[in-house]
Design a protein around this ligand. Structure first.
Ligand code: NAD
Length: 337
């Protein structure tokens, strides 16, 4: 059955990488149709609302979103629409795989998956100023929230993911040595969940040591699970292991909806130049195809990508080549044909 997808092209490089992804999906005969909607700065400019009702109505109907990056201005009153969408649909599991595609980099054969808790932690956005001595902005405070419910479902998701995709090991990265209550609770819950998965190897590691070990020897890891902010930071580090943000896809999964997007942002430094690498959004679309049981189409796209990049048919600038986004997409279409 054809699945309808709410498509949010986003801003910055978003529309460029979205066009490339649509070309590839069409060439692969993905059984999808798209309902294009606005969000973020574009929506604010055109409709004076960064998350318009039409976009939410569409997502409500389809429960499946493919999204380009959205700019979130720092330090202003503008709330992150990415966070807003994740909250609206309780998309609690942020799944971020990284895999070596371009040969000859610093690491060969990296193949890792980071599962990031997406609804709690420091990113709940509970923060305020604390006025002292008449200065209303003398200090600021953010609250990290970890619930037993939230920790349990994300760790369980990581183990179930490992089982489903034939992966051997789950590592919990945490900071329970310092944050004894919040991170201690996360660790405590993870130990209990791990008992229910005797077939999957399990370990826990301090987050800073995990960062170092990932750089020294990524092959010692397989699936990693952690709270929201740690996952945000380490997933960019892991993207660096495979050549940068242009290669890092993501899925935000809830029980009743899912949203797929690249890890990277709107890249204002290269926006409008037609040189962005669309791989991360193409691979996010592949994760979406897996999710809607069109895994065979996803596999064909991944094989075409391997062919195009490994055999050097086409490479964008971040891969050391000279191809534009469009030329890269055209090479993908040729590979699929
Ligand atoms: P960024 O990911 O946009 O860019 C970081 C660097 O990586 C830049 O040098 C950029 O040119 C490069 N890069 C990113 N994607 C690339 C691609 N596909 N091909 C080639 N090079 C690529 O991070 P930033 O500059 O910190 O953020 C810009 C804006 O994006 C901010 O407003 C931020 O809030 C937002 N953002 C949105 C999302 C999202 O929508 N999911 C995620 C992260 C950041």
């Amino acid at each position: 059955m054809t699945r309808t997808v709410t498509l949010i092209p986003g801003d910055g490089i978003g529309p460029e990488v979205t066009d490339a992804t649509l070309l590839v999906l069409r060439a692969a005969n993905a059984d999808l149709e798209f309902d294009v909607q606005l969000a973020g700065l574009e929506a604010l400019q055109q409709l004076r609302n960064p998350l318009p009702k039409a976009t939410l109505d569409s997502a409500e109907r389809t429960r499946l979103i493919l999204k380009g990056p959205l700019t979130t201005p720092s330090g202003s009153g503008f709330r992150s629409i990415n966070v807003e969408l994740r909250k609206t649909y309780d998309l609690y599991a942020n799944v971020r795989p990284v895999r070596t595609i371009v040969p000859g980099g610093r690491y060969e054969d990296v193949d890792l998956v980071l599962i990031r808790e997406n609804t709690e932690g420091l990113y709940v956005g509970v923060e305020h100023y604390i006025g002292m001595h008449g200065d209303p902005r003398a200090a600021a405070e953010s609250v990290m929230i970890v619930t037993r419910f939230g920790a349990e479902r994300i760790v369980r998701y990581a183990f179930e993911y490992a089982r489903r995709w034939g992966r051997k090991k789950v590592t919990l990265a945490h900071k329970a040595n310092i944050l004894k209550y919040t991170q201690g609770l996360f660790l405590d819950v993870a130990r209990q969940v791990a008992n229910a998965f005797p077939d999957i190897e399990w370990e826990d590691r301090i987050i800073d040591a995990t960062a170092m070990q990932l750089v020294l020897d990524p092959s010692r890891f397989d699936v990693l699970v952690m709270e929201n902010m740690f996952g945000d930071i380490l997933s960019d580090l892991m993207a660096g292991l495979v050549g940068g943000l242009g290669f890092a896809p993501a899925g935000n999964i809830g029980t009743e909806a899912a949203m797929f997007e690249a890890v990277h942002g709107s890249a204002p430094d290269i926006a409008g130049k037609g040189i962005a690498n669309p791989t991360a959004l193409i691979l996010s679309a592949c994760m979406m195809l897996d999710h809607v049981e069109q895994g065979e189409t996803a596999e064909r796209i991944r094989s075409a990508l391997d062919m195009v990049v490994r055999e050097g048919w086409s490479r964008t600038r971040d891969m050391g080549g000279t191809a534009t986004t469009r030329e890269f997409a055209d090479a993908m279409v040729r590979a699929l044909e």
